[in-house]
Write a protein that binds this ligand. Structure first.
Ligand code: PLP
Ligand code: SF4
Length: 349
């Protein structure tokens, strides 16, 4: 099997190289990746079957990225919520720590598009150390989420050192890693990596698959290896116009993930990130899809559809309306649309 570093080195990062693989109009593409970098490693490239398919759209720049006059660079107010650089403290009991600036593939819809993969993302040994110090000093922080960029693109040694220092903090109960590597570069999940991660339980990984075509044998092997190391796996999918915005596709994705031992965790409504407006759906699209999923597939395969509120106001679940009326009895519709009632006991609280 090819080593993951070699696969990463064989990335396509300009239109001339991409044109050796596909026939397309590259004139519009170059200005887009001048603003937001392109990196399609040879594994992820191999998943593209044709121009404009759901894999292509996630990876190849589009001129609409530059025509976006609606969205903003930092819609979640992450910079305002950073007490120290590279650490976002939005909720009382958990913090987000940015530990890597690179990814195995630069997703065109990335929420941190303003900085991921560019020199403006200043993550250093010092900023990570400052983040760890901040967590040490704040005993209300029970959980840390490692993010970036992609934490699993760090070397084994560096990751081991960061996890070791975090794990030694007595009040830190859980470590969570957000990584797209099981999807975009599954070869990175080596037995050595799995062994390192397994030293730091309770450790959770939330990965990120968006389309059933990403559920390959390689991805299955990577997820199996992590699960066998005792790591519970979740998935944070983004609802993307023209890629996965229909119930059929998402049913296949979520049930397929479950088979790979990954529990769908969130389905995200698109953020207002500059350069990603062409991927945003109307909120009713996701709610309608949820209605088609709930009850018709295993509850284990149903994620929470959520919107990360602009300005760092937190994640809000968006759910179909089931309740028709409240009173002495609750009237509601079930998953097939039948009207049901439930007699209440006592007064509302
Ligand atoms: C999403 C997020 C979290 C984690 O939220 P959960 O609902 O626990 O997954 C924590 N901090 C920040 C800044 C986030 O954006
Ligand atoms: S892997 Fe995650 S952080 Fe990296 S470009 Fe994709 S969405 Fe952004």
């Amino acid at each position: 099997m090819t080593h993951w570093k070699e696969i990463l080195q064989n990335s396509v990062s300009d239109s001339t190289t991409l044109a050796r693989h596909f026939t397309f109009d590259c004139s519009a593409l170059e200005s887009a990746y001048a603003s937001f970098p392109m990196r399609i490693n040879s594994y992820y490239l191999s998943l593209i079957q044709e121009v404009d398919d759901p894999i292509w759209k996630q990876a190849v720049p589009d001129k609409r990225e530059l025509e976006d006059s609606v969205c903003m660079p930092d819609p979640l107010g992450e910079e305002r919520l950073s007490p120290v650089q590279g650490l976002v403290h939005k909720y009382p009991d958990r913090v987000l720590l940015l530990v890597a600036s690179e990814c195995a593939m630069y997703c065109r819809f990335c929420t941190r598009k303003r900085m991921v993969g560019s020199s403006s993302m200043c993550i250093s040994e010092q900023s990570i150390e400052n983040g760890i110090e901040y967590i040490k000093e704040h005993s209300t922080v029970r959980e840390v989420l490692l993010s970036g960029g992609d934490p699993l693109l760090l070397s084994d040694k560096k990751l081991d050192s960061i996890l070791g220092r975090l794990h030694a903090i007595p009040h830190l109960e859980v470590i969570r890693i957000g990584s797209r590597v099981p999807c975009t570069l599954p070869q990175r999940v080596t037995t050595d990596l799995a062994k390192i991660l397994a030293k730091y339980h309770p450790l959770y990984i939330n990965t990120h698959f968006n389309h059933p075509r990403e559920l390959t044998r390689e991805a299955e092997k990577a997820c199996g290896r992590l699960a066998n190391s005792g790591i519970p796996l979740g998935c944070q999918t983004v609802l993307l116009k023209g890629i996965n915005d229909d119930a059929q596709t998402l049913k296949k994705l979520f049930t397929g993930l479950l088979k790979m031992r990954v529990k769908p965790y969130y389905l995200f409504q698109g953020d207002l990130t500059k350069g990603t407006n062409h991927f945003r759906t109307h909120s009713s699209c996701g709610i309608k899809i949820m209605q088609q999923l709930i009850g018709s597939v295993s509850g284990m395969a149903v994620p929470t559809f959520a919107l990360d509120a602009p300005g760092g106001k937190g994640k809000i679940p968006l759910t179909p309306d089931y309740i028709i009326s409240r009173g002495k009895e609750l009237r509601f519709r079930n998953y097939c649309g039948e009207i049901c009632t439930y007699p209440e006991n006592g007064d509302p609280v």
